[in-house]
Design a protein around this ligand. Sequence first.
Ligand code: PEP
Length: 250
Amino acid sequence: MRKKIVAGNWKMNNNLTETRTLLSELKTKLGTTPQAKVIVAPTFTNLQSAIEELSSSEIIVAAQNMHQAKNGAYTGEISANMLKSIGIETVILGHSERRAYFGETDELLAEKVNAALEHQMTIIFCFGEELKDRKNSNHFAVVAGQLTKGLFHIKDADWDNIVLAYEPVWAIGTGETASPEQAQEMHEFIRETIADTYGQAIADKVSILYGGSVKPGNAEEIFAKPDVDGGLIGGASLDAESFTTITNAI
Ligand code: PEP
């Protein structure tokens, strides 16, 4: 059985007080036995308080990004070692906003993947095509390329630390969601692509999340698809009620 996961990417939202309030609401609403493995990714400055706030909870705290180097003259950056030292074991890499606004390439992401794996971190690896790729029917090739260049250098055993998040860029923060059929079609393709390189057993084991305007009203039909193992949630993860409803839709 693959792990069912619902992860909230809070992006650059919530100061310290707001972070504590949202986490406290989430703990109450989700209860002690959430339907899925739940992950939240607050901003860097609030990671430590989130760890403290959630110390008696099953909810996992993730970072939204990290630098690939061990340490050094990289002003403003955060290393895997720094994250680990405050108890962060999970990191989101390759989010489309990092790719689009901060120039993160597949090659750079391959380095970040290596740095995270060296520190035995779990990686939520994001990828997905832009609207122009889908319009040109190039979306499968784009996704295969992102996976091959950013991730397919890892060893078989490393897959235990990988969660995939397929996020079509045209559906992120736009209110436009991939249909459950479009999501299933791509997730199935992703699993086949992994199977071609790493074998069916590994492909069957990896959780593939869908991300892109998942809301309480559409989560259930998307999560019902056989190759969709949960979601990476942006906007709707900032509201405890919505995020809980989405988690329970698993
Ligand atoms: C995201 O940024 O990962 C995301 C899926 O955002 P939203 O849910 O707001 O589309």
